[in-house]
Ligand binder design. Sequence first.
Ligand code: NCD
Length: 311
Amino acid sequence: MFPERFNAIRGLDSKILCSLLSQAAKIKSSPESYASVLKGKTILQFFVENSTRTRLSFEAATRKLGGVNLSFSAATSSLSKGETLTDTVNVIRQYGVDGIVVRHRSMGAPDLLSNATGLPVINAGDGAHEHPTQALLDAFTLGEHWKVDFKNPDCFRGKKIMILGDLRHSRVARSNIHLLTALQAEVHVCAPSTLMIPNLELFPKVTTHSFPDSVISGMDALMALRIQTERQTQGVIPSLAEYREFWGLSVERAKRLARKTVILHPGPMNRGVEIDSEVADSAASLILKQVENGIFARMSVLASVVGRVNS
Ligand code: NCD
């Protein structure tokens, strides 16, 4: 039976991950056969931290599966009057809720809600912990580009992927490392030492680099991450201009890439810092494909976690 929570990639069996990816491919090719999977069900979109694409794609995915959205806005809610997270959710569920999509600045908030409510929960990003549906849509986008068979648990074997940028604050990077290594990709991470993941022992399969230039030409994919200025209480990089010069996917650096290398970025982008516009908008970029595929990846997760459909 599919688990009633999708709060982390870590610890999930690769069979489950492959079934979600192949189901996303099925949904993309025939969305009409999934149009009533959430019929009669209400999904609480509980976003306590800002979001554009994740929130909109979860709402669109819910509608395309025939479900109804109940949307929560943190700034205008009683959370700002000191109500606890569990109290707030227990109040909202009285209006009838069959599943919760949650984004929160604190790690572990989705698990807290799973345990406190007993409802199906999907993590839409919790602090610097995980962002499992982003990793799923990234792997789906790469696998679609490489035309892999998602039913095969080692479908990314032989592929080299580098994640470059603010790894320290990135839940996207953590979920991606778990998923890409589960599919047997060779994962490289690169960041200034102050932006590297602090507890790398939790990610034993990755290869780390301080600078990208000697290795980027061998990569099949490069994923640039946003410099998360809002999470940096101390100055961890001397200046954005120096960051761009040594680690950014600048026009000059992109010239070192092989013709086969594709570019990803989870968004939102700081153009001219971690990625130049010419690179983000180039033929090698899969960035808008990631956005498009976000709906199918999220439909797949909602269908399995709340709709109890298994591909
Ligand atoms: C990411 C997030 O919120 O973790 N964005 C997203 O969901 N597409 C990455 C980021 O904020 O930089």
